[in-house]
Design a protein around this ligand. Structure first.
Ligand code: GLP
Length: 263
């Protein structure tokens, strides 16, 4: 696992966006062989999306030959609801870049057959040649996508019931009203994320410090599902100083020294 420690949110967002942009550019994507990018929602990746948009506006990056697969979507929240992940993605990213709408894939939480929808999503990812780079964030309980504590670490795309912790955390997007937060979501599995060629997660703020400690310094455990990234051959965690508050001094110093070339 590679761990990048940046002083603050702005710097971590820039680092992550530069990494993603370079990956897309280096792969020389074409319509026949597009770059396949996994996309998260949440407040953590907002800075990363802003930076990618800026690079596109400056003519440094194009998404013409990029295919995206989103991590998750609420069940039975209308697609045009302001808090649906469809709305989030178009508002914060897709409508500002040159991506082709037909190249965007987001799970349909209103599909008549949710199990078939999840199976179809996995098939589409496989048909696209797999995900080149899955970007992500983590929840305060260490969840990745909506793989809540206790999720199988080899899970595939499926329906998940949200934990009380997540319902509380996400109620901030629903005027703080717990009853308005959907109780279920469709989500890619940990196994789906692990199949990506690379995974990059952004983690910022003190409220993620405990989760980050479990992901980096803890054991691989279904109680902190993002800890499975320890088993990924190409996982990168980009975090800010505040998120490092619970890491051991040794771990913190090692990763800083390693990236500075002092080791
Ligand atoms: C939701 C999403 C996750 C996201 C998490 C953290 O539960 N399903 O993909 O990582 O929230 O969100 P935030 O970045 O807003 O803290």
């Amino acid at each position: 696992m590679r761990v990048i420690i940046e002083p603050n949110y702005e710097a971590l967002s820039k680092w992550a966006a530069t990494y993603v942009a370079n990956r897309i550019i280096e792969s020389n994507p074409t319509p026949e062989k597009p770059f396949v990018l996994g996309c998260p929602t949440g407040s953590s990746p907002l800075g990363l999306y802003k930076e990618l948009i800026r690079m596109y506006e400056e003519g440094k990056l194009s998404f013409q030959n990029v295919v995206t697969f989103n991590m998750d979507e609420y069940v039975k929240l209308p697609e045009d609801h302001p808090e649906s992940y469809h709305s989030f993605m178009w508002k914060n990213f897709f409508s500002h870049i040159d991506i082709k709408p037909e190249n965007v894939h987001i799970l349909n939480g209103n599909a008549p057959d949710l199990i078939a929808e999840c199976e179809h999503y996995e098939r589409m990812i496989a048909e696209a040649g797999g995900i080149d780079l899955f970007m992500g964030g983590i929840g305060p309980d260490g969840h990745l996508a909506f793989n809540e504590p206790g999720s199988s670490l080899s899970s595939r795309t499926r329906i998940k019931t949200l934990t009380t912790d997540t319902i509380h955390a996400n109620s901030r997007f629903f005027d703080g009203d717990l009853s308005l937060v959907p109780k279920q979501a469709l989500t890619v599995g940990i196994g789906t994320v692990m199949d990506a060629k690379e995974v990059l997660i952004v983690v910022n703020g003190h409220n993620k410090a405990r989760a980050l400690q479990h992901v980096i310094d803890g054991e691989v455990s279904h109680k902190w599902t993002a800890s499975m990234l320890q088993m990924h051959p190409h996982a990168i965690v980009v975090c800010d100083e505040a998120a490092c508050d619970e890491l051991t001094v040794g771990t913190y110093k090692y990763y800083l020294d390693k990236e500075r070339g002092n080791l």
